[in-house]
Design a binder for this molecule. Structure first.
Ligand SMILES: Cc1ncc(COP(=O)(O)O)c(C=O)c1O
Length: 467
């Protein structure tokens, strides 16, 4: 008791000294305080520790203890300008990922977003799955880098008929973005080329740039990447990896028909290369228009196959899988361990519990039905607002419309104007690895009818004004 009183007395007296002092003044020494208060050195030490933790004083070894300036002055004094010189130019940071990951302002009409909106997310199912697994102590322990075997088995079976993958060929990742970024780093050395469709997923473009890779665009038509140009690009650049979305490509919605798939696989095999198949929208096949994955017909390990549950369920279900065979699998596993060891056990187990529950199929059916209805709502709202001022194909899956604007309208200018009007749209150039071949907008049709109709109305007004 006595000790506590003496500690408070020392702290109080130091507070008074600090209050009268100026920043940088030296405080009484330990010896002076011992004499003044007749306390133990430990008590003085504890008093100093307390005031240092409050940011009031600063010990300088060998010199004594000094009064610190108030926080506001410290912030004013801080000079971070040296950091830009120390860091040099930023790799991969073109502001695009920041735009993609910034949450929309509250109350805005969101017409560009890659996930199901809250009312279509299976929140109850996910919550009860998490509750079910939360007390399983083995899930809180260390897990293998590649993830839970039961979840890996589920992903392997999802590839479908004639599935080439066993659970041992599957690695679990914290989402599709992490899967793409880690796969690039594992398979392509910095400075080397990676082929990508143009246009393609912004996050893949940024991940390739961040990994120091050279992006080589492969042009598409309405049936996906063009095999002849892919073969040329392999020959010209010596690239060994091609990132592709053969099914409901984000942003264009293109689907490769079976003959195109065979031609693409032949070009990849001829180049002794890999294709990373990002099958992000397999669960949003809205009109039975999705051929089986490239992975199903791959015999010799050319296809690296990616599926994510964040798209199918909710953005925070950060669980995805990469499937591969041969040396590529070992490289991926090694990189996965470097990244962050393994995905949280309870989240993996909850994901498995959710996707194997009967309610999962009902959730997907409900989401697909809503997406069909919402797509048609946006399509007819845009047609009645804008007629043939804009051009687009109606996608048979996924959740995006890819809109061609009149050439004289700038995509970024229009997106900025829409933001001023409270509508979030995606300016098309972010989806081009190089040389946009026109002015485009990406619109997502997953939002509510009210959002889509009002968003289309404001967009229609802005485009008409510029026509
Ligand atoms: C084509 C594509 N692949 C992958 C991702 C990554 O999604 P997630 O990391 O949430 O699984 C996205 C997200 O927008 C996407 O559009």
């Amino acid at each position: 008791m006595k000790r506590d009183n003496s500690l408070s007395a020392v702290i109080q007296s130091l507070r008074e000294v600090i209050a009268d002092a100026r920043p940088g003044d030296r405080l009484p020494s330990v010896r002076e305080l011992l004499q003044e208060h007749r306390v133990s050195p430990k008590t003085v030490e504890r008093a100093f520790a307390q005031l240092a933790s409050e940011g009031l004083i600063e010990p300088r070894p060998g010199q004594g203890t000094f009064v610190r300036p108030p926080a506001a002055d410290r912030a004013k004094e801080a000079d971070f300008s040296w950091q830009s010189a120390a860091l040099g130019s930023a790799r991969g940071d073109d502001g695009v990922m920041q735009a993609l990951t910034t949450l929309p302002p509250a109350g805005s009409l969101v017409l560009s977003m890659g996930y199901l909106p809250p009312e279509l997310q299976p929140t109850d199912l996910l919550a009860s799955a998490l509750r079910q697994v939360a007390t399983r102590s083995e899930l809180w322990d260390r897990l293998p880098v590649e993830g839970l075997e039961s979840l890996r088995g589920w992903f392997a079976r999802e590839v479908g008929r004639g599935a080439v993958f066993t659970p041992n060929d599957v690695i679990i990742y914290p989402g599709g973005q992490a899967a793409i970024a880690s796969t690039f780093r594992a398979l392509v050395p910095p400075g080397r080329p990676v082929l990508v469709e143009t246009p393609t997923y912004t996050g893949a473009i940024s991940a390739a740039r961040a990994a120091g890779l050279e992006l080589v665009p492969v042009p598409m038509d309405e049936h996906g990447a063009r095999p002849g140009l892919l073969a040329d690009a392999f020959r010209r650049t010596g690239a060994r990896v091609f990132y592709s979305q053969p099914t409901f490509s984000n942003p264009s919605g293109a689907v490769m028909p079976p003959t195109r798939r065979a031609a693409i696989l032949a070009a990849v095999a001829e180049a002794r290369a890999f294709v990373i198949e990002d099958d992000w929208a397999r669960d949003f096949n809205l009109a039975n228009a999705a051929p089986e994955p490239l992975a199903v017909t791959d015999r010799d390990g050319h296809v690296i196959y990616i599926r994510s549950l964040a798209k199918s369920a909710a953005p925070a279900l950060r669980v995805a899988a990469v499937m591969a065979r041969g040396a590529a699998l070992a490289r991926l596993k090694a990189m996965r361990g470097c990244d962050d060891f393994f995905v949280s056990g309870p989240l993996q187990a909850a994901a498995l519990s959710a996707v194997t529950a009967p309610a999962w199929k009902r959730h997907l059916q409900k989401a697909r039905a809503a997406l069909v209805e919402r797509r048609d709502t946006l399509v007819s709202a845009l047609k009645s607002e804008l007629g043939d001022r804009i051009a687009f194909r109606v996608p048979q899956g996924g959740m995006h419309l890819w809109i061609r604007l009149p050439d004289h309208i700038s995509d970024t200018g229009l997106a900025a104007e829409m933001a001023r009007q409270g509508v979030v749209v995606g300016p098309g150039r972010a989806w081009f690895p190089a040389d946009p071949d026109g002015s485009f907008l990406r619109l997502t049709f997953a939002g509510t009818t009210a959002t889509l109709v009002e968003g289309a109305k404001r967009l229609g007004g802005a485009i008409r004004k510029e026509s």
